[in-house]
Design a protein around this ligand. Structure first.
Ligand SMILES: Cc1ncc(COP(=O)(O)O)c(C=O)c1O
Length: 431
């Protein structure tokens, strides 16, 4: 094992040694010791069609022989143009201008800069974003500022800017208070916008599912109410679809599932099917027009060396074609989750069962407060000797990575129904 590496999101002392992966094949990863594990979380939610998919691999290979990269200021190329066409043709009609970057946090940074500068270009000084509790938008400083303040952000708090935080009306099966929770949030939002109509640059949300905050889900109806407020009060609505994009919620994008037209949308993760780092921020014609000027002060001065990388775009095009080919899979996976979650319904230690599209989640009750550092992973039976839950699933051949006491499943779309059923059997046995 190399001692030259520093791994992300890892407490250095006491964490298990990283497992060496030697191969990926469909929904499975093969470890150095020969074990095969089913990737139930699509390797941090990026993989859509399975590992090492030959169609995407070949597209990258072909593109690499043609043009591996070119500066994207003053130059363009077919893969960037084609992928932008494919994505914007599917998105709501108002979202027409795509700005490339190279990861999810950056796609959010770009969205915030676009929104902030849009108001400046329009002659208004709107500085504050309205965000949701439990949100996660990435690890760069701006993205941290609009996310939930937590152990992740604590040490950097003096560097971060202020935002207005409102509750995320999370819901689950048999939640009888859904509508009242949503109405209370909408009322709070309306009051804020009523009191200070010129203060807020935008409302930023992970639509339908908050990812790292614990796979918390809200309803399509709530998204529509939010859209209504956004139109009434002329504040920008920004959807961070870094995780929810590309089929995850059961439609191509959460905004389509919820039938809502945001002003800006952020994409990454599944954009290349999990092969190459790529990000994209897509904005409305209205926003773009406010930058459409020869005045340098109205220019978006932002860019990255790998912006619009042709290999990433070629992977994106190949992945998009697979998405269209297998549309039936991501639009129907929710039914398989639902069927299995019903089997877990009476489990005494599970609550808040929920599913949206290809994602399913539930909380494990373990007598401790919900949160990232509530490690059921170490102590699911409140027994200090208990084995790490990740370890127990690995022994059964499943890669999971709970978010605190939330266990979730978000498999690649090539997973078969009986494999998915098998994961739930393992949950019944191990939790
Ligand atoms: C909703 C959302 N936004 C942004 C990010 C940040 O993306 P990245 O890790 O590529 O910077 C994530 C990552 O998990 C995410 O889930």
């Amino acid at each position: 094992m190399s001692n030259k590496l520093w791994h992300p999101f890892t407490i250095i002392k006491g964490s298990p040694e990283p497992l060496k992966v030697v191969k990926g094949d469909g929904a499975y990863l093969e470890l150095e010791d020969g074990r095969k594990v089913l990737d139930c979380i699509s390797s941090w939610w990026v993989n859509l069609h399975g590992h090492s998919h030959s169609g995407i691999a070949e597209a990258i290979y072909k593109q690499a022989q043609q043009l591996e990269h070119v500066i994207f200021a003053g130059f363009t190329h077919d893969p960037a143009e084609q992928l932008a066409e494919l994505i914007t043709n599917k998105l709501p009609k108002n979202l027409n201008k795509l700005f490339y970057s190279d990861n999810g946090s950056t796609s959010v940074e770009v969205a915030m800069k676009m929104a902030y500068q849009y108001w400046k270009n329009e002659g208004e000084d709107r500085k504050t974003f309205i965000c949701f509790d439990g949100a996660y938008h990435g690890d760069t400083l701006g993205a941290m500022s609009v996310g939930e303040r937590s152990i992740f952000t604590e040490v950097f708090k003096d560097w971060m800017f202020d935002v207005e935080v409102i509750p995320f009306p999370e819901t689950w099966f048999d939640d009888h208070e859904r509508a009242s929770k949503e109405d209370a949030v909408i009322e709070q939002l309306e009051n804020l916008l009523d009191e200070h109509p010129d203060k807020y640059a935008g409302i930023l949300i992970e639509p339908l599912v908050q990812g790292a905050g614990g796979m918390r889900m809200c309803s399509e109806e709530f998204m529509q109410k939010l859209h209504w407020v956004n139109r009434q009060f002329d504040v920008l609505l920004i959807f961070d679809e870094v995780m929810t994009g590309f089929g995850r919620t059961g439609d191509y994008f959460a905004c389509l599932k919820a039938q809502v037209e945001p002003d800006i949308i952020c994409l990454s993760k599944g954009i290349t099917g999990g092969f190459m780092p790529l990000g994209a921020t897509i904005c409305s014609d209205d926003i773009y027009e406010s930058f459409n000027s020869s005045d340098p002060n109205k220019t978006l001065w932002h860019g990255h060396s790998y912006t619009g990388n042709p290999l990433g775009c070629a992977a994106g095009i190949a992945s998009w074609k697979l998405l269209e080919e297998y549309e039936e899979v991501f639009t129907s996976m929710e039914l398989i989750h639902q069927k299995n979650l019903e089997k877990l319904g009476d489990h005494p230690r599970l609550e808040r069962l929920r599913t949206k599209g290809t994602i399913a989640a539930f909380d494990v009750i373990n007598g401790k407060e919900t949160g990232y550092l509530n490690t059921i992973t170490q102590d699911i039976n409140l027994n200090p000797e208990a084995k790490h839950i990740n370890q127990r699933f690995l022994e059964k051949g499943y890669l999971i990575r709970p978010l605190g006491n939330v266990i979730y499943l978000m498999p690649p779309y090539c997973v078969r129904e009986e494999e998915l059923d098998g994961i739930y059997d393992a949950i019944l046995e191990l939790v």
